[in-house]
Design a protein around this ligand. Structure first.
Ligand code: NAD
Length: 484
């Protein structure tokens, strides 16, 4: 096996973090994994020093240099403007793919789904996780769901490359594009496009609600599932839990310049310092890291030693069961048991083998959207008003502009003018849609600014605007319910 040391950064984290990290490093050392480890401090202690992100500027440089980061869980302080370190690391380093294998280890770990072997590939940078939210009026709050074409292309291509590299047969896409026609619609569309580049891999799309129900009921129907950030966050925990335990799953956060590997659970402060915690989730993260840094043989060695330990019934408290387990052990003893089994292979559980593949290619170029003709056909003006729609409409009649006509007013997405729905409950945020009075014209910024000036003159409290653009004739906005 190669002797060149691969540099990695390690952070011991908080709560049970230091114990499980020591356990994992003990196993990696027993396997003689050729790693050059730099240890950094992140989390609670760094937050306490007043660093709101929980990570210091020097640490960024170390992670960037080593490129691979094995991170134990950290405790995020409540309130006080502290930011989630995980989200900060993912977005700052461009770790766009979150990969979480969810495997059952039946009959050694209890599960209702003994054949489950699903990998969730979650988009990691976009969607509602950009955290752009506004209180628009007294009663109305907005969050922006951002989905971009390059973001979709990167994560979907990654899912197919992962499937190829791991000899997986099918990639499934989950979206809610029957409702979110533009954002999730784009994710689905890009999935269909990229799937064509991988004819050897089966592909399918499910609407997320029924897809999630199917996954929770019959996970063996799925192989690799790719989805936008928020759905992936929720469903990857569901998948890990139904496989047997969230305590046994690790995840990889992959970017083009760096990657972070971790357990999916938190710092479990109540278990800290008691030599009780199960280090398996972090060990699974470390195995994903070994594959990523080009040490697949060591990944195989460690994974098989771990599977052997599991099937010999040597279990920590969280998976210990009277009639299945043979020995209840603490964190250290479990790590020692795995270390002693380096070189052994499981007899009943499926043997791990990472022999043939390396890190997945992620640097394919995204397509550039060029030559598309954009025209501005109108504007949505959001108005803060606690009056009835009739009063608002009266006010709007003061705003007359030859280039625009008011086409509708909607409230919470339901059209309430010109046709009123008496049953519709209205909030204090009204979307007033103005479209070009001359069909097909391309409105200028000056025309739009002039309209807004008239709103200001009429003392109408407008709080947000959205341009209604059309791209090669196809509208870049959705219609309100019932809008023609
Ligand atoms: P948690 O995952 O830390 O604990 C949930 C439960 O699972 C606890 O009852 C704990 O006893 C058990 N548990 C978790 N990991 C275990 C292990 N390895 N072995 C045995 N039992 C284990 O979730 P929480 O209590 O909601 O969060 C605690 C802290 O962790 C919070 O500050 C949270 O912000 C943080 N957190 C960090 C990460 C991360 O760094 N990746 C992820 C999630 C939560």
């Amino acid at each position: 096996m190669g002797q060149k040391l691969i540099p990695i950064t390690v952070a011991e984290g908080d709560g049970i973090g230091p114990e499980i990290m020591q356990a994992v490093l003990h196993i990696l050392s027993a396997a003689k994994a050729p790693l050059d480890i730099t240890t950094v401090e992140i989390g609670e202690k760094v937050y306490q020093k007043g660093e709101k992100t929980g990570i210091s500027p020097e640490t960024w440089d170390i992670i960037r240099k080593t490129k691979a980061f094995l991170k134990a869980p950290i405790t995020t302080p409540q309130g006080g403007g502290f930011k989630s370190l995980n989200v900060t690391v993912r977005t700052s380093l461009g770790l766009y793919a979150n990969v979480r294998p969810c495997v059952s280890y039946s009959p050694f770990v209890q599960t209702k789904h003994p054949k489950m072997d699903v990998v969730i590939v979650r988009e990691n940078e976009e969607d509602l996780y950009t955290g752009i939210e506004y209180r628009q009026t007294l009663d109305t709050y907005h969050a922006l769901k951002i989905i971009t074409r390059p973001g979709c292309e990167k994560i979907i291509r990654y899912a197919f490359e992962y499937a190829l590299a791991n000899k997986r047969k099918k990639v499934t896409c989950f979206t809610k594009d029957n409702i979110l026609k533009l954002t999730d619609g784009l994710f689905h569309k890009v999935f269909e496009e990229i799937a064509q580049e991988y004819p050897s891999i089966e592909n399918e799309h499910w609407i997320i609600d029924i897809g999630a129900a199917k996954m929770a009921d019959t996970p063996e129907a799925f192989d690799v599932i790719v989805m936008p950030n928020l759905y992936g966050d929720i469903l990857s925990d569901v998948a890990a839990q139904i496989a047997g335990s969230v305590g046994l799953a690790g995840s990889a956060n992959i970017g083009e310049h760096a990657a972070m590997f971790e357990a999916i659970h938190g710092s479990a402060p109540r278990r800290a310092g008691k030599n009780m915690a199960n280090p398996s989730g972090l060990l699974m993260g470390a195995i994903l890291m070994l594959v990523h840094v080009g040490l697949p043989d060591f990944a195989t060695l460690v994974h098989n030693a771990w599977l052997t330990t599991l099937e010999q019934g040597i279990h920590t408290y969280d998976i210990y069961k009277e009639n299945i387990s043979k020995q209840l052990v603490g964190t250290k003893e479990f790590a020692e048991a795995v270390a002693q089994r380096i070189g052994q292979k499981p007899k009943i559980l499926k043997e791990a083998s990472y022999g043939e593949f390396n890190a997945i290619l992620t640097q394919k170029h995204e397509s550039k959207q060029t030559g598309i003709h954009k025209t501005t056909q109108g504007i949505d003006i959001f108005v803060d008003s606690n009056q009835e729609v009739e009063e608002l409409e009266k006010k709007l009649t003061k705003v007359q502009d030859p280039d625009f006509k008011l086409s509708m007013i909607s409230n919470r997405g339901v059209r309430v003018w010109p046709v009123k729905m008496p049953e519709t409950a209205c909030s204090d945020s009204w979307r007033c849609r103005y479209i070009a009075s001359k069909k097909g014209s391309n409105l200028s910024h000056h025309q739009i600014a002039r309209l807004l000036q008239k709103f200001a003159d009429a003392q109408i409290d407008f709080v947000k605007t959205e341009h209604l653009c059309s791209f090669d004739g196809s509208p870049g906005y959705t219609l309100a319910q019932d809008e023609q």
